[in-house]
Design a protein around this ligand. Structure first.
Ligand SMILES: *[C@@H]1O[C@H](CO)[C@@H](O)[C@H](O)[C@H]1NC(C)=O
Length: 373
């Protein structure tokens, strides 16, 4: 029996485990270094998996310093329909019903946040690093509501003994959410701005002080291929997703932004058989999130990994400062509108997140009514 939509929960939150690199873990038995080893010297790598055994395996190589996981993976790793998860849902609903909230919508909204926090807290107890928890994507165009939800999530974590330093509030990179992040960051609440498919979104996030952004190079390539009806292989350096991430890197370094750029979705630029093209083409990026099957490919290859991104070249790049260093709303909206990929993929990504949230809400509403009856 499916208790609730795990995908919806996955859309709400991710967690990040920071596993320390064991001393002397880097074995030099092989004459030639794997691509994974070479890449790890250029970029801080996170594994994208919920399987703790897999995470441990890669952490023990010493080449992976972080692990990103989320409840979707966690639920797949364990048995789905696990009573543990059912208990988290029941606890969240009971918590919301016992609160001061009176109307059903507010009770349901609180229960959903409480569920995300319950799950985050249980993951936090098994991993060491950040836990990203998403503000309800339906609030993507409401700055004030996003701010109060962000604060509320942080408070719920604090009540469970989890300090704000361990939590990232995940927000979709709309104008309204970027402003919400600006306010939250000033309060010491760190944000992970996601659904980044255009340069203008990345620039606005940095100018407004977001802690971290996650662009999706693979999905950017999808958009350009679909638009042009392109079927022939793309050279990695011309891959639009790679071009976007390189441009963000250059801009951030050139204009002194500390915002961490952590690309997350990957496609083979040249087609099947070239699954790690985009990753290799972005070697040197501050951080990356990579799923286990691609880490395996990197581990199996000894081809040379050349540093593709570096600070000196970034500083010498011809990037020009956008919006005099602080873009306003009009300029953001204009530039985003002129970027077809950013506009389409942000809207599409939001619709998907909201669709997952709807499914989760239905389940929670039923539970709330059942408990009230
Ligand atoms: C930030 O969000 C993205 C997109 O959901 C996710 O892949 C990434 O792991 C998150 N980053 C951290 C550090 O939690």
């Amino acid at each position: 029996m499916r208790i609730f939509s795990f995908a919806a929960l996955a859309a709400i939150m991710t967690a990040n485990a920071f596993t320390p690199v064991p001393a002397g873990a880097r074995t030099s038995s092989a004459l030639k270094a794997s691509q994974l080893e070479q890449l790890s010297k250029l970029t801080t790598l996170s594994i994208d998996s919920g399987d703790l055994k897999v995470i441990e395996k890669y952490a023990s190589t010493g080449f992976i310093t972080d692990a990103t996981t989320n409840p979707l993976f966690v639920s797949q790793a364990g048995s789905s329909g696990d009573p543990v998860y059912q208990k988290l849902v029941d606890d969240a609903v009971a918590f919301a019903l016992a609160s001061d909230e009176t109307d059903e919508d507010s009770i349901v909204a609180l229960a959903i946040d409480a569920l995300a926090v319950n799950l985050g807290a249980s993951i936090a107890s098994i991993v060491k690093g950040y836990i990203s928890t998403e503000v309800n994507p339906k609030l993507a165009f409401d700055t004030d509501a996003s701010i109060s939800r962000g604060r509320r999530i942080i408070k719920m974590y604090a009540d469970k003994g989890i300090p704000k330093e361990r939590v990232l509030i995940k927000l979709p990179a709309t104008w309204e959410s970027i402003l919400a992040a600006e306010v939250l960051e000033k309060e010491g609440i760190q944000c992970n701005l996601t659904l980044i498919f255009s340069f203008v979104q990345a620039v606005a996030c940095a100018q407004r002080g977001s802690h971290l952004i996650s662009p999706f190079p693979g999905r950017v390539l999808d958009w350009y291929k679909a638009k042009d009806g392109r079927t022939e292989p793309t050279q990695p350096e011309d891959d639009e997703g790679v071009v976007l991430c390189r441009k963000i890197y250059n801009y951030y370094k050139k204009f002194g932004h500390d915002t961490i750029c952590m690309p997350a979705s990957w496609r083979p630029s040249r087609g099947p058989g070239f699954e790690t093209d985009e990753i290799i083409a972005l070697a040197g990026s501050d951080r990356m999130t990579i799923p286990a099957p691609l880490l395996e490919k990197l581990e199996a290859s000894e081809e040379e990994v050349a540093q593709a991104l570096d600070v000196d070249s970034a500083k010498a790049s011809d990037e020009e400062e956008v919006g005099g260093g602080m873009m306003d709303e009009k300029e953001f909206r204009y530039l985003l509108n002129m970027d077809g990929c950013g506009t389409d993929k942000l809207a599409e990504g939001l619709r998907a997140f909201i669709g997952e949230t709807d499914k989760l809400e239905e389940i929670i509403i039923a539970k709330v009514r059942e408990n009230k009856a």
